[in-house]
Design a protein around this ligand. Structure first.
Ligand code: FUB
Length: 317
């Protein structure tokens, strides 16, 4: 009790100091993690699953943000963004992703478009990693009518944003078909055409990161989903399939990963259904340490209740 009060006093926000295990958040259901390391602190962005027990579909109206200095104690910063921030959208705060550029934080957010049938991707911006974020365009960046590869209405979801060392930013997204495009330096406009990448058994959740000069494209494969990855020598491949990072969940068909380096170690965030009364539309985000083998391949990651060991980031308070 004392420890919790101390955390709250120090940060002016609610700190979840009482446990150090997975799932990270236990008072609400959370899904679709995105992660950002900024000034020695790791920020975790999640969708908020609000479906009732036995509910037939996703109920997701907002994103939430949490942060940690050590990967064990998490501070709840509330909701930095919700569907209502996008006047052109009507529902579904699905899986977003975040990047920092020139001191601003850009959050790419899939939502259901109000007038163009299907899912769309918006961009929100903030001067703080904890928000509030506002619509950066006043219109969607991607709409369902811009892509024609599938006849489903939800193929323009799950944006993954990647800023390369040469200053080129890329957006990846898709369901069933992986799509990608360059972003302009303003981060709010595409810079050229939308490309597709043929990936066998690709389902969704494309996520690009770079480690020791190698590009890693991770994604959800099959359904129920497992997290797999490929490597390449550029942000656009060609991609060499490498294998499974995390096995499929029991109790929920999705898994949605985010991979990030923090304080000298690597981590994978994902979701499962392990919180009591959890399920397909009542998910919970968890985190594990991720290890690279000497040849650059990623070691298989098991889900644990304990989560990673504490990794205090120097100077982070
Ligand atoms: O949360 C809604 C959808 O479920 C996401 O967009 C997918 O990645 C899957 O997790």
């Amino acid at each position: 009790m004392f420890k919790q009060s101390l955390c709250a006093l120090a940060l002016g926000a609610v700190t979840l100091c009482a446990h150090a295990a997975n799932p990270i958040v236990r008072d609400i259901f959370t899904a679709d993690p995105a992660a950002l390391v900024d000034k020695g602190r790791v920020y975790l962005y999640v969708g908020h699953d609000e479906a009732a027990v036995g509910g037939p579909d996703y109920v997701m109206k907002e994103w939430r943000v949490f942060s940690s200095c050590d990967m064990q104690k998490w501070t709840d910063h509330g909701s930095p963004l919700n569907v209502g921030a996008f006047k052109w959208a009507k529902k579904d705060a699905w899986a977003g992703d975040i990047v920092k550029r020139n001191g601003k934080y850009y959050f790419y957010a899939p939502v259901e478009h109000a007038t163009i049938p299907g899912k769309a991707i918006g961009v929100a911006v903030s001067s703080s990693p904890t928000g509030p974020f506002v619509d950066a365009r006043g219109s969607a960046l991607i709409t369902n009518d811009m892509t024609r590869e599938t006849d489903i209405s939800w193929d323009d979801i799950d944006p993954g944003v990647f800023l390369d060392d040469d200053g080129q930013a890329w957006l990846y997204w898709g369901n069933r078909v992986l799509k990608y495009a360059k972003l302009k330096k303003n981060m709010t406009e595409l810079d050229g055409p939308i490309h597709t990448q043929g990936i066998d058994q690709f389902t969704e959740a494309p996520y690009l990161h770079k480690h020791k000069g190698t590009y890693y494209l991770s994604y959800s494969r099959l359904f129920p989903e497992e997290t797999v990855y490929a490597t390449g020598k550029s942000a656009t491949g060609p991609w060499n399939f490498r294998g499974v990072i995390m096995d499929k969940n029991e109790g929920v068909k999705t898994i949605h990963q985010a991979i990030v380096d923090f304080n000298g170690k690597s981590y994978i965030f994902y979701h499962n259904s392990k919180l009591p009364t959890g399920g397909e539309f009542r998910r919970s985000v968890a985190v594990e340490e991720l290890h690279y083998n000497p040849d650059g391949t990623i070691a298989h990651v098991d889900q644990t209740e304990a989560g990673p060991a504490a990794n205090p980031s120097p100077g982070c308070k």
